[in-house]
Design a protein around this ligand. Structure first.
Ligand code: 0X9
Ligand code: ZN
Length: 292
């Protein structure tokens, strides 16, 4: 049921490993597929954990849950739990609040001095209005967009794989804010043509299913309208360039920084976040089976 696919290497030569998960009654693979990535931002630890939890629920569910088995017999799930393994390791070992990848330091000249900093924000490095809004040309900034669109091995690997295996749904897991974000995020009030007829109604159904498990509330809308404008995001690129029908970015728990949480989600919330998110993933998957 599981095939591991090496889609490329990070800057520090870690393997970017995608799990292909599919049903046994579907030996030749399915026509439709769903992509889920986690860990594009290093410090958002609940994201890789949730990606792994979704894989776990699919695999265990196959023999125990007819709904899950049906979804897996129709859909190939491609899950990349850690898109930014170098940054994740750096966040675990050196600096908990690290966000970017670990691309070698580049220098930036200001009026008085030259400073050199490592790392590119991979969620500003995709080719969707690259380097136009909510990103920085300063390598020392947390939202440094890189020297060009797809300058980074991690974003290149994801692009190359998705161009060859374009899914019907694309979901990128982040934290935090409890928001289900729909393209486009590069500027306010910019919507794909099927925003009101397809993307938003499905997002509302998915977040309703999520809510029904523990009462966790999600806001639904574009990143630009709900948060801030930011160009070069992977979900915008997936929808705008790759034409993936259902492309989303999920900002997982918690809602805010109360109790000092934010990126530091308490351990007891890891499994509930995985379980409630899986409820919403099933809604999206179900729609793919119905529609494609
Ligand atoms: O800034 C990001 O890349 C995402 N937020 S995070 O805190 N996980 O870094 C949000 C991107 C969504 N798009 C826009 N807000 N435009
Ligand atoms: Zn993020």
């Amino acid at each position: 049921m599981i095939t591991l696919i090496d889609i490329g290497q990070s800057h520090e030569n870690r393997t970017l490993l995608v799990m292909k998960i599919t049903g046994k009654r579907n030996p030749l693979g399915s026509k439709i597929s769903m992509w889920i990535d986690g860990g594009i931002h290093a410090r958002e630890w609940i994201s890789p954990a949730t990606a792994m939890y979704i894989a776990h629920e699919l695999i265990l569910g196959y023999d125990n849950d007819a709904t899950v088995a049906k979804l897996m017999d129709h859909i190939d799930f491609y899950i990349l739990p850690v898109m930014n393994p170098d940054g994740y390791e750096y966040s675990r070992e050196k600096n908990r609040m690290w966000r970017k990848n670990r691309s070698p330091a580049k220098c930036h000249r200001s009026t008085f001095s030259t400073v050199c900093c490592a790392g590119v924000d991979l969620n500003r490095n995709f080719d969707w209005f690259w380097a136009s809004t909510g990103s920085s040309s300063d390598p020392c900034h947390d939202t440094y967009h890189g020297s060009s669109a797809f300058s980074e091995p991690e974003s290149q690997a994801v692009r190359d794989f998705l161009e060859q295996n374009t899914p019907e749904a694309f979901i990128s897991l982040h934290s935090y804010s409890q928001m289900w974000l729909i393209p486009y995020g590069h500027r306010k009030q910019s919507y794909p043509q099927d925003y009101h007829t397809g993307l938003r109604p499905l997002a509302l159904r998915a977040t309703k299913a999520l809510y029904e498990l523990y009462g966790t509330k999600y806001q639904v809308g574009t990143g630009a309208d709900l948060m801030y404008e930011a160009s070069g995001g992977s979900h915008d690129w997936a929808k705008g360039q790759l034409k993936v029908p259902y492309a989303y970015l999920i900002e997982l728990r918690p809602k805010n920084t109360m109790m000092g949480h934010g990126f530091l989600l308490p351990e007891r919330e890891i499994v509930p976040t995985g379980l409630e998110t899986f409820e919403s993933i099933k809604v999206v998957a179900d729609e793919l089976v119905a529609q494609f």
